[in-house]
Design a protein around this ligand. Structure first.
Ligand SMILES: *Cc1c(COP(=O)(O)O)cnc(C)c1O
Length: 380
């Protein structure tokens, strides 16, 4: 039969190509949304520090997710993003470049959906994370340096005909920054009944940069009077990029604080929504981690120490200026993952990290409000 208008053959009315099967997609999204309902609202902890008069501290505890870190949210978002873009289907091999935490969470979701998963990670990744990935059925592929993870992950995905989840590129867009119970919406919601419901500052470190991007965008979208401070670590390219405006900045040394600090400026880091950046020594991050763990009666991870030290620095500046208000930061993961590193005095010695001066400084600050800046190596 030909078309009366064009004379061209009409597509046959029967034998339509079998409509692509949505059954798997429907089931997969149902499973991911179920996980979201069960684990979306983590606690917003409000510890008391006697020295901080007029300043309330809130810490969003992301260590309580089923896979132990804030990467639980990211992994769920990346899976939904890949599935809804038609890139992840039944049987698709998933590959990721990770410093560990993301791979742990993705391995869990891959298990939920019965998909093969390969994590490409630096060989320095902590044993606890490797065990967790393998426990969920994921496979680990190690490379010498964190700089190699991107290329190797892309290659493995191509070779297996699989899909590269690519957190460093997609973190900022896989999360719905307008809301949909993202971490920012959850924080501002939980703050609603507090004495100072709109925080003066939110303080966050950067790995992919995705969390700070979500928080910074949400602050603007909802027109909050809150500012965003990003805290960078010693061996990382973000701070230089932010202060010089050069997105091509790199850092030769791998970061010693797992989960944060990158050798390049990741595409998911959005400098335009960051109001201020500081860079803190690793000794300060690990010292603050120890002090915070002590005060919370449980161990937090290294990047939570980075966040907490940055938060103390902001609090000290507010107190100096006679300002009152609330500050929010994150507990990103638990210290249980770092018993052989940050909590091991031998590891600290081997890495030439002396935390004592920063422990003293942080404790004095929390108890008296006095922040002895002169005890610090320069921070910006
Ligand atoms: C990823 C990560 C961060 C940083 O979060 P991003 O959203 O990737 O910037 C902080 N701490 C830990 C433990 C992480 O795994």
């Amino acid at each position: 039969m030909t078309s009366p208008n064009t004379g061209l053959p009409c597509p046959p009315l029967t034998g339509l190509q079998a409509c692509s099967d949505h059954t798997w997609v429907k089931r997969a999204i149902g499973i991911l949304q179920g996980d979201g309902r069960r684990s979306a609202d983590t606690h917003l902890v409000n510890p008391v520090f006697r020295g901080l008069k007029g300043i309330s501290i809130y810490l969003k505890d992301e260590s309580t997710h089923p896979t132990g870190s804030l990467k639980h949210r990211l992994a769920r978002s990346l899976f939904l993003y890949g599935i809804c873009n038609g890139r992840i289907q039944q049987g698709t091999t998933l590959v990721e470049a990770s410093s560990g935490s993301t791979a742990v969470s993705e391995s869990y979701f891959a298990h939920l959906l019965d998909l093969p998963f390969i994590a490409v990670m630096p060989k320095s990744t902590s044993r606890q994370k490797i065990e967790a990935i393998e426990r969920f059925g994921g496979r680990c592929h190690f490379v010498e340096s964190p700089r190699e993870v991107y290329e190797v992950a892309a290659r493995l995905a191509a070779e297996t005909g699989g899909y590269y989840l690519d957190q460093f590129t997609f973190a900022e867009r896989a999360t719905d920054w307008r809301g949909n119970n993202n971490i920012a919406e959850s924080i501002f919601d939980q703050m609603r009944g507090e004495a100072h419901p709109v925080p003066r500052w939110v303080v966050m470190s950067a790995g992919t940069g995705g969390t700070s991007a979500t928080i910074g965008r949400y602050i603007r979208y909802r027109d909050f009077d809150t500012r965003l401070c990003v805290v960078d670590v010693e061996h990382s390219a973000f701070y230089e990029a932010y202060t010089t405006g050069n997105p091509g900045a790199t850092c030769a040394h791998p970061s010693r604080i797992e989960g944060i600090g990158r050798p390049r400026v990741e595409p998911s880091f959005i400098p335009g929504v960051v109001d201020h950046m500081i860079k803190v020594p690793d000794a300060a991050s690990i010292a603050a981690m120890h002090v915070l763990s002590d005060r919370l009666f449980r161990r937090v991870g290294g990047s939570s120490g980075t966040n907490f030290f940055g938060l103390c620095w902001i609090a000290a500046n507010m107190m100096k200026a006679g300002e009152e208000g609330s500050l929010v930061s994150l507990i990103c993961d638990s210290g249980d993952r770092y018993t052989s590193t940050y909590y091991n005095p031998d590891w600290l010695k081997q890495n030439d990290i002396d935390i004592a001066p920063y422990v003293a400084l942080t404790e004095t600050f929390l108890d008296t409000g006095e922040f002895r800046l002169d005890a610090l190596r320069p921070i910006a």
